[in-house]
Design a binder for this molecule. Structure first.
Ligand code: UTP
Length: 300
């Protein structure tokens, strides 16, 4: 049995160009779904999965993320004075313990692989988890927890995967699958953002990883891949053959909150899932659905 990771890396150094102008002065990861920033969902998922150490790889203009996980002294004072116990508890519960969290800067956004590599001196010689906050996952059991349980048996490198339409393979890291057993898909290769006609499958990686330390050795090469960026999938791909790689088909629904449509859908889905908002959101959706011209697909 392998010991699952204790440490998680949260790369939040990207520019979020698909979400401009919202992301000009505000990190994409601070966009709220209903009333909680994306990064908080990711941190809560990691915490509920057993993660004890949290490393944020940030960049310029991202300091609101640090503030979000710190005391809001003035806010606490006002809430206490007004007797707002529920709000006080909520803001206290989301705090990470002193010494449990570290921030490191990625000075230039050279790619996800580079962002993860920036955390190399803050981790031990053991497996680490990586969570991308803009992939928001709604699941009964946290996605990372599901992966950790599978990791105990499978070890190696692991990434959450799902099937995507073939036309979209050029947006993802795609698996070259050799065999499937239960929720695990073993791969003999990984291709970053292949054109649909070149994609070895439609099984694509989404933003949850468990990484073997060997990946950091590969990241040391600092080789740029697709789009001129240092790609995490390239480094993982180079370890295949030395350590196993598995895609993990998680139970849950993933929302691509790095895209506007995905973000809007997440807001609807998470509101419908909340006792205090389900009725209001149902009414809103019904009202708009009624106003749609017949024959038009609302999702397009
Ligand atoms: P994306 O591919 O979504 O890139 O990164 P992005 O820059 O955030 O957004 P777009 O495509 O320009 O709209 C996936 C994840 O990797 C992080 C991002 O913050 C995001 O969580 N990332 C990406 C970094 O931390 N550093 C990088 O250099 C690139």
């Amino acid at each position: 049995m392998r010991r699952p990771p204790r440490t998680a890396i949260f790369p939040v150094g990207g520019l979020g160009t698909r979400f401009l102008p919202a992301t000009k002065a505000m990190p994409k990861e601070m966009l709220p779904v209903v009333d909680k920033p994306l990064i908080q969902y990711a941190v809560e998922e990691a915490r509920a999965s057993g993660i004890e150490e949290f490393i944020f790889v940030t960049g310029r203009g991202k300091s609101s993320i640090e503030d979000h996980f710190d005391h809001g002294a003035e806010l606490t004072e006002v809430l206490s004075a007004r007797g707002k116990e529920t709000e006080l508890r909520a803001s206290r519960d989301m705090m990470l313990e002193p010494g449990q969290v570290a921030y490191i800067r990625q000075q230039d956004p050279l790619g996800l692989g580079h962002a993860v590599w920036c955390a190399r001196r803050l981790i031990r010689d053991e497996a680490v988890a990586v969570l991308l906050a803009d992939d928001l996952i709604m699941a009964k059991e946290p996605c990372l927890k599901q992966m950790m349980d599978a990791y105990r048996v499978a070890g190696g490198n692991m990434a959450a995967v799902m099937d995507v339409p073939r036309a979209e393979t050029n947006r993802y890291g795609i698996l070259d699958v050799v065999g499937e057993e239960g929720k695990l898909a073993a791969a003999k290769g990984l291709v970053e953002k292949p054109a649909p006609e070149d994609a070895p499958s439609t099984l694509s990686i989404i933003g949850r990883y468990i990484l073997d330390p060997l990946v950091f050795t590969e990241l040391d090469r600092q080789e740029a891949g697709a789009g001129g960026e240092i790609q995490l999938t390239d480094a993982i791909a180079r370890t295949i053959g030395r350590v196993p790689f598995h895609g993990f088909r998680f139970d849950g629904r993933r929302f691509d909150c790095g895209s506007k449509a995905g973000f809007l859908e997440a807001n609807i889905a998470f509101a419908l899932d909340r006792d205090d908002l389900a009725q209001a959101m149902t009414d809103i959706v019904r009202r708009y659905a009624k106003a749609l011209p017949p024959g038009k697909d609302a999702a397009s």
